[in-house]
Structures are given as structure tokens and as C-alpha cells.
Design a protein around this ligand. Structure first.
Ligand code: MSP
Length: 636
């Protein structure tokens, strides 16, 4: 196996803010990138944004902004989110960048030189949701067969790519490389699709302005999927004067994508590369979909899981862990808050947290924090050796959920060993039991050291904190040299702190219900989505004046406000507006408040009402009356 490892995520459309599904692809790629770095490989990890095409042009028009403004805004959110999630990408490519457009121009130049380009007329159906063309025979009830989006009829001049000429070569490539598409079920699906025959592909549009100008014919823009797929090489400098990175890292070892975009990656992309005379990626892995409580997530159902609350409440590692552990890599899974918090409590707080806190506190108490030598064999050493082997095999086989499973087997062995050896009893047995006590704690600590290395790709922050508590140096963990070390520790533990405070499930679920705006239909609501004037009147809206404001401790978004609503005593409200407002700017401001909302607790702080704000891409803009109206005035 070569020592370079180039891994990519799909580039994300900028018409929407990231949700748990987008995060999943990037977190899994990050876990693999970190694992391969740990295994000593020269890793390059790319992610980015897909900014052109009809979908983005329309989303921008609907918001009354230029497409690039929308892209800039959403890209800023992606950068912030990736930082929060500790994504360790080496590069972030935007298709609006010049370096990318040079790569697109070069691949088209090569495709043209290979004789695979011709001008014609595209007549047929287009789905802006998938940015894909469909023949009429494939439509289902007049909608796109993949996602059920609406389609529209196009009839316009277009450049075509001779995809039909690549059917045999693609089939040959799949046969010669049975691992090039994974999991196996996806490989079979793609084979069947290509065996069914391929039509030439329209690769330019004239009825659209927001795209890369088509080389040699600027009336056309490049079809957004040809544009987007090229990011994997344009980011390495393909098409520019300096292609050192391209020479070093191409072909990619792994394109990680969701199963919905497999056809683009396993059929179009290799065919474009073949035509351009470029090597093909080694592997494309199509992961499954996150559903919400068994249903597909969609904006219109209002059941899309956004990461903000979980990240704010738990930090990034528990979410990374949950995503990696809960979904068998390759299959679908359902996201539920209950399952999240249960896993948090059982796997993290109970299993990992307890093993660490017990062992560390006993070592501080009985041995003044100095780390003794472990037993060279016995149940924990055996479990650790088995875990190291299994973990490595599973990571190499793209089964990170299984790799984690093997780490938890080691934790079970450590907890079982402590229970059985009862170091707290040994500590009472005086000097004679000291050697045994030292060995037991040394063994548990060595087990935890192995765990701290193995969890690092999945929970980098926890691994660092656990490493510091175990008194390990700052150096990057390496699996390549990972083994059960038997020498005397000769090191001191660092100070201990709890890794995972337990969470009360009921309180957490209540809190989630408060922070999510899931559509709930009042019983008497007419089914056309309208409400009656009486229903509206049941919401008491009032003008308030902010008299006090402070950041809620440990929260990035929440501000605690005291608001004068003309009731004598000011009311306490909590508002998720810290991203845009500093507490100091709020005092003296008039706001509009829902005054009869049932009180709720947010991050432990009671909120008796809700401040109204317009939201633009998740950013709040407070509403205020147009004049100095007295606090308590009604709003109708
Ligand atoms: N822009 C294209 C990709 C171009 S790559 C050259 C695109 N973007 S996307 O933003 O719609 O989706 C990006 C990734 O998020 C895809 O891999 C997709 O599968 C993944 N997910 C979006 N929703 C998802 C779930 N509900 N669950 C898991 N992943 C899903 O497609």
C-alpha cells in the first residue's frame, strides 16, 4: 500500500445551511483522515462547496441577493462549523474560485481534444433539485425518480459528452477493480445501471448564467456536475502552472459520498477522467442516509436535524462519536435525540468516563499520581492486543463503527478487571498488598492509554484531555507503533477532571423540544395551512424594553434578558441571539415579545416568553416597533 492517502468529501451546495447529513460525510472523512495520519501516511484531506447551478441561482434570487453573496454567507457557516467540529481538512475548495475554474477549463480542453465533445440540442427533463437530466421514461408521476423533486422541460442548444462510448470501458474498470465501489450492494447497483446502456450527457447550459463559462463558447456555462466533480483535481492544482500536489496525491484513495450521488461519482466522473487521459480514483464509498425518527429528513416536513444545539450542549466529540458509532458505515440509520443521549450516558459517561475517573482518582489517592508498570499479560493486556489488531483491520476495511466497537470491548475488559480486582480493598490491606495494587492500577492505566490513542480519530478533544490526565506528552498519537507497553511508567498523572458529566434524559429531551421548532398543528387548524383570527389573537405579543442582558454561562448563542413588559417587575427571557448581538448593545432596546408562552428552561435558565427576530440563514435580526412606544404596548 502506498504511503499517500488523498481523501475527499463531496462539496456541499450553498443553498442551505449544513444539517446532520452533511456533517456526517465530513466527520467520517475526518475520522478516516486522522486514522491514516496516525498510521503514518501522507494524508491530504479535501472538502469544499459547490456554488454554481440552477439551484443556487434560484435560492439566491428568492432571497434577493447575488449568488456569490449567498455562497459567501453559507461558506462562512461551513468554516465555523468545521472548526467547531475539529475537522482537520488540508484544503477547502470553492467552485467559484479561479483555481477551480482553470481546472474545469483544462478538463474540457482534454475532453474536446479526445473527440468526446459535440454540439447539439438538449430536449428533455431537468431536475434542479438533483441538477440532473432524466429521460421521460425514467420519471415517476412526473417527478424525478431519485428524490421525487419537480422536473422541468428543457429545449436548448448544448454541448454533449460522448458518455455512450464509455460503457464498455467503465464495465471493464468495475470488473478489474471489484473494490472500486463500496459497499458491494452499491457496486452491483452501478454495474446494473451501466449495463442498461448510457446516453450521451449534456454538459452545458445556455438558460443559466451562474456557472463556469464554457471554454470557447461563453454563451454556455458548464453543467454543474462536470464543474463540481472537477474540484477533486482542481484543488490539487490540475490545470494550473504548479501541479506538484496533483502529481503527489492523484489518484484519490477514497471519494467518500452519500449514496444519492453515487451515479455522478461512479459513472460520469470516471468517464470524464478516462476521456481526459487521467488516472481513476481507487475507491468510491457510498454511505447511507440519516433519517429522522425513521422518516426522510426534509425541509418541507420540518424534521431536519441541525447540529447547533447538540454542539452547544455537548461540544463536538459526543456528536462525532454518535455519528460514527450509531450508523453501520454504508447503511441507513435514524437520528433520534433519545438514542443520542442514551449512547452518551451509557458509552461515554458510564463506560469510558467511569473507567477513566475511577482509575485516575485511585491512582491519585493511593499512589500520589505516579504511574506504575502494568502486568505484561492477563485479561486487560490480552483485550488490548486483540483490540489493536481488530481496530486496525476495521479501519482499513472502512468499518469505523466496528473499530469503535472493539475499543469498547477493551473498556469493558478494563471495567471488569477493576471490579474484580477491587483496588479499593487492596488499598486497605497495607504494605503487603502494595505491589498488587500498583500492578492493578498500572494495568488499568495502560489500558486507558491504548484507548486514548484509539479514540483520537473519532474524539480528538477527549483523546487530548484523557491523554493529559494520563500524563502523556503532547506528541501526536500513532497507531503504527501502538502496543501494550510493559516498562515502568515513570510518569505522573496530570490533574483529573470529569470527561462526560451524566445527562438527565428527561430534562434533556424537554430542553430539545424547546429549542426545536417542529411544526405542530393546533387541533382546530383548517387543513389549508391558514389560521383563524382567534387563533392568532391567542398569541399575546407585546413591546418590551431590555433593562438587563448577559451571556448565559457556557453557551455561545444564548443571552439572558430582563425585559420590562409594563408589568411592574421585569421578566426574564432567554434568547438565542448572541451570534449577532453583544449583551451590552441590547440594554435600552425595544423588542417584540410573545408574552404568554409557556415558561421553559434553556441551559438551566428559565425563560418566560420569547423575543421575536427575523432569521436569515440562521442569523437573528431583532424586531422592533417603529417609534418609542411604551413597554407593555400590545402588538396585533
Ligand atoms: N453538491 C453535490 C455534491 C457534489 S460532489 C462533486 C451535493 N451536495 S449536497 O450538499 O446536497 O450533499 C452533500 C452530501 O451530503 C452528499 O454526500 C449527501 O449524500 C450528504 N447528505 C445530505 N443529506 C443526507 C442525509 N440525510 N444523510 C446522510 N447524508 C446525506 O450533493
Amino acid at each position: 500500500m502506498g504511503s499517500t492517502y488523498y481523501i475527499t468529501t463531496p462539496i456541499y451546495y450553498v443553498n442551505d445551511l449544513p444539517h446532520i447529513g452533511h456533517i456526517y460525510t465530513t466527520v467520517m472523512a475526518d475520522i478516516l483522515a486522522r486514522y491514516h495520519r496516525m498510521a503514518g501516511r501522507d494524508v491530504r484531506f479535501l472538502t469544499g462547496t459547490d456554488e454554481h447551478g440552477q439551484k443556487i441561482e434560484r435560492a439566491a434570487a428568492a432571497r434577493g441577493v447575488a449568488p456569490i453573496e449567498l455562497a459567501d454567507r453559507v461558506v462562512a457557516r461551513y468554516h465555523a462549523l468545521w472548526e467547531q467540529l475539529e475537522i482537520s481538512h488540508d484544503d477547502f475548495i470553492r467552485t467559484s474560485e479561479e483555481r477551480h475554474q482553470r481546472g474545469v477549463a483544462e478538463i474540457i480542453r482534454r475532453i474536446r481534444a479526445a473527440g468526446d465533445l459535440y454540439k447539439g440540442e438538449y430536449k428533455g427533463w431537468y431536475c434542479a433539485g438533483c441538477e440532473a437530466f432524466y429521460p421521460e421514461t425514467q420519471l415517476e408521476d412526473g417527478r424525478c425518480p431519485d428524490q421525487g423533486h419537480p422536473v422541468e422541460l428543457l429545449s436548448e442548444p448544448s454541448y454533449f459528452f460522448r458518455l455512450s462510448a464509455y460503457q464498455d470501458r467503465l464495465l471493464q474498470w468495475y470488473r478489474d477493480n471489484p473494490d472500486c465501489i463500496q459497499p458491494r450492494t452499491r457496486y452491483n447497483e452501478v454495474m446494473r445501471f451501466v449495463e442498461g446502456g448510457l446516453r450521451d450527457l449534456s454538459i452545458s447550459r445556455v438558460s443559466l448564467k451562474w456557472g463556469v463559462p464554457f471554454p470557447g463558447d461563453p454563451e454556455h456555462v458548464v453543467y454543474v456536475w462536470l464543474d463540481a466533480l472537477t474540484n477533486y483535481i482542481s484543488a490539487l492544482g490540475f490545470g494550473s502552472d504548479d501541479d506538484t500536489l496533483f502529481q503527489r496525491y492523484w489518484p484519490a484513495r477514497l471519494h467518500l459520498v452519500g449514496k444519492d450521488i453515487l451515479r455522478f461519482h461512479c459513472v460520469y466522473w470516471p468517464a470524464f477522467l478516462m476521456s481526459a487521459g487521467l488516472p481513476l480514483p481507487e475507491r468510491i464509498f457510498g454511505h447511507g442516509w440519516w433519517m429522522r425518527d425513521e422518516a426522510k429528513m426534509s425541509k418541507s416536513l420540518g424534521n431536519v436535524v441541525r447540529p447547533d444545539h447538540l454542539l452547544e450542549r455537548f461540544g463536538s466529540d459526543p456528536l462525532r462519536y454518535y455519528l460514527a458509532r450509531e450508523m453501520a458505515f454504508g447503511q441507513d440509520a435514524s437520528f433520534s435525540d433519545e438514542a443520542f443521549v442514551e449512547r452518551y450516558n451509557s458509552d461515554l459517561a458510564n463506560n469510558l468516563g467511569n473507567a477513566a475517573s475511577r482509575t485516575l482518582s485511585m491512582t491519585h489517592r493511593y499512589l500520589e499520581g505516579s504511574v506504575p508498570a502494568p502486568a505484561s499479560d492477563g485479561p486487560v493486556a490480552e483485550a488490548a492486543r486483540a483490540t489493536i489488531t481488530a481496530y486496525t483491520a476495521h479501519m482499513e476495511a472502512l468499518e469505523p463503527h466496528r473499530a469503535l466497537d472493539s475499543v469498547w470491548q477493551l473498556l469493558t475488559a478494563i471495567n471488569g478487571y477493576i471490579q474484580e480486582q477491587q483496588p479499593w480493598s487492596l488499598a486497605k490491606d497495607g504494605e503487603a498488598a502494595m505491589p498488587r495494587l500498583r500492578e492493578v492500577l498500572g494495568t488499568a492505566l495502560e489500558g486507558l492509554r491504548v484507548v486514548s490513542v484509539l479514540i483520537a480519530p473519532v474524539m480528538p478533544g477527549v483523546a487530548r484531555r484523557l491523554g493529559a490526565q494520563l500524563g502523556l506528552g503532547e506528541g501526536e498519537p500513532r497507531t503504527g507503533s501502538l502496543e501494550w507497553t510493559t516498562g515502568p511508567g515513570a510518569r505522573k498523572l496530570g490533574p483529573s477532571e470529569p470527561l462526560f458529566p451524566r445527562v438527565d434524559v428527561k430534562a434533556f429531551l424537554k430542553e430539545i423540544a424547546m429549542t426545536e421548532s417542529r411544526p405542530t398543528a393546533p387541533a382546530e387548524q383548517p387543513d389549508d395551512g391558514t389560521i383563524t383570527i382567534d387563533q392568532f389573537a391567542s398569541v399575546h405579543l407585546k413591546v418590551g424594553m431590555v433593562v438587563e442582558a448577559e451571556q448565559v454561562p457556557k453557551s455561545r448563542k444564548l443571552i439572558r434578558l430582563m425585559v420590562d413588559l409594563g408589568e411592574g417587575e421585569p421578566r426574564q427571557l432567554v434568547a438565542g441571539i448572541a451570534g449577532r448581538y453583544a449583551p451590552g448593545d441590547l440594554v435600552g432596546r425595544r423588542v417584540v415579545v410573545v408574552a404568554n408562552l409557556k415558561p421553559a428552561r434553556l441551559m438551566g435558565v428559565e425563560s418566560r416568553g420569547m423575543v421575536l427576530a427575523a432569521t436569515v440563514d440562521g442569523e437573528p435580526f431583532l424586531l422592533a416597533p417603529d417609534g418609542e412606544v411604551p413597554p407593555g404596548s400590545e402588538v396585533r
